[in-house]
Design a protein around this ligand. Sequence first.
Ligand code: ADP
Ligand code: MG
Length: 399
Amino acid sequence: MDIHEYQAKEILSNFGVAVPDGSLAYSPEQAAYRARELGGERWVVKAQVHAGGRGKAGGVKLCNSDIEIQDVSENLFGKKLVTHQTGPEGQGIYRVYVEACVPIERELYLGFVLDRTSQRVMIVASANGGMEIEEISANSPDSLVRATVEPAVGLRAFQCRQIAFKLGFEPGMVQQVVRTLQGCYRAFTELDATMVEVNPLVVTTDNRLIALDAKMTFDDNALFRHPQISELRDKSQEDPRESRAADRGLNYVGLTGNIGCIVNGAGLAMATMDTIKLAGGEPANFLDIGGGATPERVAKAFRLVLSDDNVQAILVNIFAGINRCDWVAEGVVQALKEVETDIPVVVRLAGTNVEAGQKILSQSGLPIIRAGTLNEAAERAVTAWRNDQSQATILRSTS
Ligand code: ADP
Ligand code: MG
């Protein structure tokens, strides 16, 4: 789960990381009011969306008066901000953060990620901040400083000092670097984050080290341990299909194709998507309904997949070990009776209670296409989708 910049800054500041003074606003009037409250003469208005690259896309604006803040905010609120991280449809702006303008001397990059190879939290830093990490690693890979943290002992001060010297800090600044790195590391581990990124981390003209931007991503599977983090979820920033899935406890990732997939098990779901592609189709989603899925859960999954307007055929692929084919079949029938769709549905069942499952499907009287193997299922789903397409074209050309 992603959170907003202002939320990440509040968290990091609770762990001792210095951040600029700032305040959140839900309207242009409130933004101007926030600036007056903060005081000072120059502010930065920052669109709060779950994506980076806002500066270049016009989502971060320097303002010299509260009137200017109101004008700038009026142009941001309700708009979609398109950055290189959002995709062409952009992300809606419903909150802006008004922040004191910080006098920047230099910008650095700081990131904490999980490194699968070393199975450790890895710190990645660069003295060349202010651009994305991808650009840094392409343009100046030698500037990157990397260090892994030994989990049994945590991030030690000597390691932070080493990083500080590699980044070219003066001895007088090193203590601030240690505090910042340790604060980010503690926030990362104690809150089950999967990423903390401070880009840029800046040195001000009066030698303060400040996190000018902050991004945090959390492990969804650990959110139950951190209700205060789950609270920060902002559905306006999520793919609506994925929010609906999360609300229903389903493991779903939205994709851009048109063959909806309902599968049990993540590995089988991946294999199903591959097979659809091999058969010449494009999957509309990844969906793992999990083991022991009740008919109600299968029906929920069905409604979710059907709520995606791009879906033009559905492939149900169940290999029942813990699952029961009869329950899955009941779920499919229940959902299809409820939603009354004319989208072709292909079902492939194998494993526990498969005969009972097939019987439920055939006795339902519904036009369900059945398949014995995964290959057959994928081919039938792609063929059914193509036939549907050509029928639609014929209908369009004759009407
Ligand atoms: P993004 O990464 O989404 O583009 P940032 O928060 O990194 O957004 O802001 C982009 C740039 O705007 C920063 O690199 C910095 O130069 C400038 N900036 C952001 N916040 C401030 C601030 N409070 N004071 C001065 N400059 C800022
Ligand atoms: Mg940034």
